[in-house]
Write a protein that binds this ligand. Structure first.
Ligand code: URA
Length: 212
């Protein structure tokens, strides 16, 4: 496949990885090095039509360089399994690529620094659907892809489908609760399972993102 084929995608994703690895200007870089952590770039099918965007790596992720590999990841796998999706068939990444100390919320300077790497991942992979996990990635994606006018709190817009404008054309955006929400409040699980059903419809659509 010329132009946007798997090799070009993988090359760009490797470039992004190398740049993030070398990102010594990051306010999170010293913390990474002191703790022998790794940045977490993303994982999954480079031709996936669905991309999940979480917030930032936690400790397990920073130790292994793999997104959502701790307790929140087990919830994510459960939510994916509920709609018959295997994690290998989607792509999972985060807005922030390094672990913030103590899992605090990302600061604006961190969002400004790491956000463009996420945008490059999206531009390289051209997902048809971007599913945000949590309010920070929701805000970032809605503001970048022309959805500021419909941005509300996550409790108001979770599970709804919006059509955003990505550099490569229309992209479907769905705001989902962060999987960790179910760890603190199990009564949210029902709503989260319900929201995931909307993703199933796109998982079964024909054709990878590149064909659009
Ligand atoms: N929470 C996130 O937002 N991302 C991860 O990778 C893990 C936990």
């Amino acid at each position: 496949m010329p132009g946007t084929g798997i090799d070009q995608r993988t090359d760009e994703l490797r470039k992004i990885r190398d740049e993030v690895v070398a990102l010594s200007i990051s306010p999170l870089y010293a913390y990474r090095i002191e703790n022998k952590y790794f940045p977490v770039i993303g994982e999954g099918d480079h031709e996936a039509r669905i991309m999940f965007v979480g917030e930032a790596p936690g400790e397990n992720e920073a130790k292994t360089a793999r997104p959502f590999c701790g307790a929140a990841g087990r919830i994510l796998d459960e939510l994916l399994a509920s709609i018959g999706l295997d994690r290998k068939t989607v792509y999972v990444t985060n807005l922030i690529k390094d672990r913030p100390p103590g899992n605090r919320d990302p600061e604006q300077a961190e969002i400004d620094l790491y956000g463009p790497f996420l945008e490059r991942q999206i531009a390289a992979m051209r997902p048809r659907v971007i599913a945000t996990l949590g309010r920070h990635s929701m805000k970032y994606i809605f503001e970048k892809y022309d959805l500021s006018s419909v941005l509300q709190t996550i409790s108001k817009i979770h599970g709804k489908v919006f059509k955003g404008t990505a550099p490569y054309g229309e992209v479907t955006v769905v705001a989902l609760y962060h999987p960790a929400v179910a760890l603190y409040n199990n009564s949210m699980k029902g709503a989260m399972l319900e929201d995931f059903k909307i993703i199933k419809k796109y998982a079964n659509d024909v054709g990878p993102g590149t064909t659009l």
